[in-house]
Ligand binder design. Structure first.
Ligand code: HEM
Length: 257
C-alpha cells in the first residue's frame, strides 16, 4: 500500500518537473548566478550606492562614512538632518571636507586625504575619535579605504604609515624646540627687526638665555631664529649660522629680513 503511494508521488513530481522545467531552471540559475557574481556580503559592508540611501529620506536612518568607516549619526539629527549645517556628510564619504570645510565637494576626491599636511592628518584622527565616541559604528563602505570583504586597502595602510611618520616628526620638533627655542622678535620702522633671547623665549622656560642664531632646517626655504645655549649645543650642527653684524655672544641682534 505504502509502496503504491510512493510510486504515485514520484509520478506526480515527475509530471510537475516536466511541466515547470523551464521555470525551475531559471530559478536555480538565478540563485547560482546571484551567489557567485554577487556573493552575499557581510551585513556591515556597504556599497556607496547603499550608503547613499541612508539619508533620512530613502531610509530613515542617517549614516555617514568617515575614511571608509560607516557611522549611524541618526541621533545627531540637529547636525546632520535635512537643512542642518552638516547634512553634506550624510550618505557619503566626505572625509576631505572635515578638513577643507568645502561642503559643496561632490567630486570623486571627496574622500581623498593623503595630500594633507601632518597637522591636518592628525586632525582627521580627532574627528574619527569624536565619531567613534559619540555614534554607533555600523560597518565599512567599499571604496578607497576598504574592499568588498571589509579589508583595509593600500590607501588606508598608507595613511597609517603617514601618521606614524607625522608623530615621529612632531616628537623630533618638540625635542628640537627644547634644544633650540625660538627667539623673541620685534619690528620697528626706525631700527628694523630685532631678535633676542630670554629665559622664556619660544615658550620654553629654562635656566639659560642663549644667543640668537639662524637655524636652517631641511625642507624650509628660510632659516628661523633660535636661541642657542652657547658652549652647550653651539657646535652640534652645521645648520646653525651667526647673524651678520651681531657679535657671537650677544643675546640681541638687529637683522635684515
Ligand atoms: C572645516 C570646517 C568645519 C567642519 C568640518 C565642521 C564640522 C562639524 C561637525 C561634523 C559637527 C557635528 C559634530 C557632532 O556630530 O557632534 C560640528 C558641530 C559644530 N560646529 Fe562645526 N565644523 C566646521 C566649522 C565650524 C565653524 C567655523 C563654526 C563656528 C563658526 C562651527 C561651529 C560648530 C558648533 C557650535 C558645533 C556644535 C553644535 C552643537 O553641538 O549643537 N563649526 N561641526
Amino acid at each position: 500500500m505504502r509502496k503504491g503511494i510512493g510510486v504515485i508521488i514520484t509520478i506526480i513530481i515527475a509530471i510537475l518537473i516536466s511541466i515547470y522545467k523551464d521555470n525551475l531552471e531559471t530559478y536555480f540559475k538565478k540563485i547560482f548566478i546571484t551567489n557567485t557574481v554577487n556573493p552575499i556580503k557581510a551585513k556591515d559592508v556597504y556599497t556607496l550606492e547603499e550608503l547613499s540611501q541612508y539619508n533620512g529620506l530613502t531610509k530613515k536612518m542617517l549614516y555617514l562614512a568617515f575614511m571608509g568607516s560607516v557611522f549611524d549619526v541618526s541621533k545627531g539629527i540637529k547636525h546632520y538632518g535635512g537643512g542642518a549645517p552638516y547634512n553634506y556628510f550624510v550618505g557619503k564619504d566626505g572625509s576631505r571636507a572635515f578638513i577643507s570645510g568645502n561642503f559643496m565637494d561632490e567630486s570623486e576626491n571627496k574622500d581623498h586625504i593623503l595630500d594633507f599636511t601632518c597637522d591636518e592628518l592628525i586632525n582627521l584622527l580627532n574627528w574619527k575619535k569624536m565619531l567613534t565616541e559619540k555614534y554607533n559604528y555600523v560597518g565599512t563602505v567599499i571604496g578607497r579605504y576598504f574592499d568588498e570583504e571589509g579589508k583595509e586597502t593600500k590607501y588606508l595602510k598608507q595613511f597609517k604609515e603617514r601618521i606614524i611618520l607625522c608623530h615621529q616628526a612632531k616628537e623630533q620638533a618638540k625635542e628640537e624646540n627644547l634644544k633650540y627655542p625660538d627667539c623673541n622678535i620685534e619690528w620697528s620702522a626706525e631700527k628694523s627687526t630685532r631678535v633676542w633671547c630670554s629665559k622664556s623665549s619660544g615658550g620654553v622656560r629654562r635656566s639659560w638665555i642663549g644667543v640668537p642664531r639662524q637655524l636652517y632646517s631641511p625642507g624650509q626655504d628660510h632659516p628661523r631664529c633660535v636661541c642657542v645655549n652657547i658652549g652647550q649645543h653651539e657646535n652640534e650642527t652645521a645648520l646653525l649660522k651667526e647673524y651678520d653684524n651681531c657679535s657671537s655672544g650677544s643675546t640681541s641682534c638687529y637683522i635684515k629680513i
